[in-house]
Design a protein around this ligand. Structure first.
Ligand code: MEV
Length: 305
């Protein structure tokens, strides 16, 4: 028997970094997906993963799954990604979730979404040592989620439209490294950073309401404010700042970096009549517009042979 499953990547909309410190965030699953094909073989573990980073996540997901559910025999697993791991769309979390879901299908062990989340989050922590788990939640549940650290709250938001433009800064960010170095900075100035995290949390709470109301003007303003606070955390870069600035000058409602900072992507909220102008401003400023749709479906099974 062969199983094929796919899980989506993610984009952080509001609340990055603060979510590592017990504050909420809002994340959207995106249309770029990671596909995983799984097959039982007599013995061993054969992993064919074109993106080398994925290899460790698949291996750890298999190890944890086999240990918990006491499954026997060998496995052949092949991964295929719709997107480059460069962009920070969460290829590791998508491959982890797809592997766990695929294993549950292959061994016919039904798991709830929360159980898949818990196993996936354990894989993240075992490999990276840090992380809130928001990316694992996006890959499992899909859609747009209000998420609290470690999955204490995972609440789907009813968002129909989300008119965003995504711009890649051209630099690959090392998320665990950025999260760990911020942790060191916080140690020396807890009060300052807690104040920033509280302000970010307030933005997330307002954004949660305004997203469901499609109040783009207000949401754009919240994005700008969130970006400003991320600058205060010291995680933005000149390139990300200039891409956000260019998007806003070209008529976006607002813009912010998305993810850990230090590179990867920025997002801008746009009206459809400004989309083209914003995209060309991002390209002219040295960014690369990436075509993805937000609000994508969570992990699913699309082939059983
Ligand atoms: C990285 O994309 C988002 C962070 O908040 C880390 C995390 O939540 O795991 C910086």
């Amino acid at each position: 028997m062969e199983i094929e499953v796919s899980a989506p990547g993610k984009l952080m909309l509001f609340g990055e970094h603060a979510v590592v410190y017990n504050r909420p965030c809002i994340v959207s699953a995106v249309s770029s997906r990671m596909k995983v094909k799984l097959e039982k073989i007599p013995t061993g573990l054969e992993i064919d993963a074109p993106q080398t980073k994925d290899f460790r996540f698949v291996e750890e997901a298999v190890r944890i799954f086999k240990e918990k559910y006491k499954t026997n025999g060998g496995l052949k697993i092949k991964t295929q990604s719709d997107f480059s791991s460069q962009y920070g769309f969460g290829s590791s979390s998508a491959v982890t979730v797809a592997t766990i879901f695929g294993l549950s299908q292959l061994y016919q062990i039904p798991l709830t979404k929360k159980e898949i989340f818990d196993l996936g989050y354990q894989v993240t922590l075992n490999i990276q040592g840090v992380g809130s788990g928001f990316d694992i939640a996006a890959a499992v549940f899909g859609g747009v989620l209000y998420f609290l650290t470690g999955g204490k709250t995972i609440k789907p938001l009813s968002v129909k439209n989300l008119p965003i433009v995504v711009g890649y800064s051209g630099i690959k960010a090392d998320t665990p490294k950025i999260v760990k170095s911020l942790k060191l900075k916080i140690r020396n100035n807890k009060e300052k950073f807690n104040q920033i995290f509280d302000k970010i949390a307030q933005i997330v709470e307002v954004a949660k309401i305004e997203l469901e109301k499609e109040n783009w003007k207000k949401l754009g303003k919240l994005m700008n404010e969130n970006h400003h606070l991320l600058q205060q955390l010291g995680v933005s870069t000149k390139k990300l700042d200039s891409l956000c600035q260019a998007a806003v000058s070209a008529g976006a409602y607002g813009a912010k970096l998305s993810g850990a900072g230090g590179g990867d992507c920025m997002i801008a909220l746009v009206s459809e009549n400004k989309r083209q102008a914003v995209e060309s401003a991002i390209n002219k400023t040295g960014g690369k517009v990436i075509k993805v749709n937000p609000n994508a479906e969570g992990v699913f099974n699309y082939l059983i042979n």
